[in-house]
Design a protein around this ligand. Structure first.
Ligand code: CP
Ligand code: NVA
Length: 304
């Protein structure tokens, strides 16, 4: 059987995504009761980070330990990857020694090339194109707070970036309507949008996207790797701040999500981020742990 990878949400069927979400909720409850399961005993997760991280590193490392295994942090600074050893060679070597690999990188093709030569499952821990692990956590968070996202209206306010692309894929798999508000020139990839058909609309005014929405999400305006564009982007995204006033256009029980880290006063107001009656960002961050444990369990079962 071919090794299953998780490079984007579209590597899962809608049923598999539902199953992983349910298992994540179950694993969270078990952990709260102090019950441990160790399906990863004696297993090793290789973690390749070419970009910074707090949530992703801590959740994968803690999650692996909680499952009875161990995690290896590998950065280009101190591996041969940083000195130009080809991805294909690194994949063949590393995947003979560990049981699963997660990679945070720039170009999505790095993940695809690694996966093509890997003997073990490869997980996308963020690329310039997608951030599917974050969506596992976001979906879990919505289900926990409001139930199934099917048939709901989700508003994405901000950059058409890796997170936005993963929201588009989530709209396809979870059957919700996604309204994206972004400035001209900052749209998501047109092929990813086209593949989603009628479930995605691109709008220019944040109020138009948020009107009647059940779930509003945003992210930083300049992603990792775009630091030099920061000032230009602050100018381009004027009017795209998500605050209580904008949330006033949404449904009364709408939730606000942000994958974090957040830039208070840029894409989100400090007051909204701190308002736990609307913002569910800390649950979202915690759910990275539970969702990824469920994902790793799933990928391991697929290979056995
Ligand atoms: N949301 C997220 O992936 O956070 P980190 O960059 O801290 O991992
Ligand atoms: N779009 C952001 C997400 C960070 C978790 C980035 O790529 O930097």
């Amino acid at each position: 059987m071919a090794t299953r990878h998780f490079l984007s949400l579209m590597d899962l069927s809608a049923d598999e995504l539902r199953g992983i979400t349910e298992r994540a909720i179950e694993l969270k409850a078990l952990r709260a009761q102090g019950i441990t399961t160790e399906p990863f005993r004696d297993k090793v997760l290789g973690m390749i980070f070419e970009k910074s991280s707090t949530r992703t590193r801590v959740s994968f490392e803690a999650g692996t330990a909680q499952m009875g295994g161990s995690a290896l942090f590998l950065s280009p600074r101190d591996t041969q990857l940083g000195r130009g050893e080809p991805i294909e060679d690194s994949a063949r070597v590393i995947s003979r020694m560990v049981d699963m690999v997660m990679i945070r990188t720039f170009g999505h093709n790095v993940l695809e090339r690694f996966a093509a030569y890997s003997r073990v499952p490869v997980i996308n821990a963020l690329s310039d194109s997608f951030h599917p692990c974050q969506l596992l956590a976001d979906i879990q968070t919505y289900v926990e707070h409001r139930g199934s996202p099917a048939g709901k209206v989700v508003a994405w306010v901000g950059d058409g970036n890796n997170m936005c692309h993963s929201y588009i894929n989530a709209a396809r798999l979870c059957d919700f309507e996604l309204r994206i508000a972004c400035p001209e020139g900052y749209e998501p990839d047109e092929n990813i949008v086209a593949a989603a058909g009628d479930s995605v609309t691109i709008l220019r005014k944040p109020e138009d996207a948020v009107r009647g929405a059940d779930w509003v999400a945003t992210d930083v305006w300049a992603s990792m790797g775009q630091e030099t564009e920061q000032l230009v982007r602050i100018e381009a995204f004027k009017g795209f701040l998500v605050d209580h006033e904008l949330m006033g256009h949404a449904n009364t029980d709408a939730v606000f999500m942000h994958c974090l880290p957040a830039h208070r006063g840029e894409e989100v107001s400090a007051e909204l981020l701190e308002d736990e009656s609307i913002a569910v960002v800390w649950d979202q961050a915690e759910n990275r742990l539970h969702a990824q444990k469920a994902l790793m369990e799933f990928l391991q079962e697929q290979g056995s």
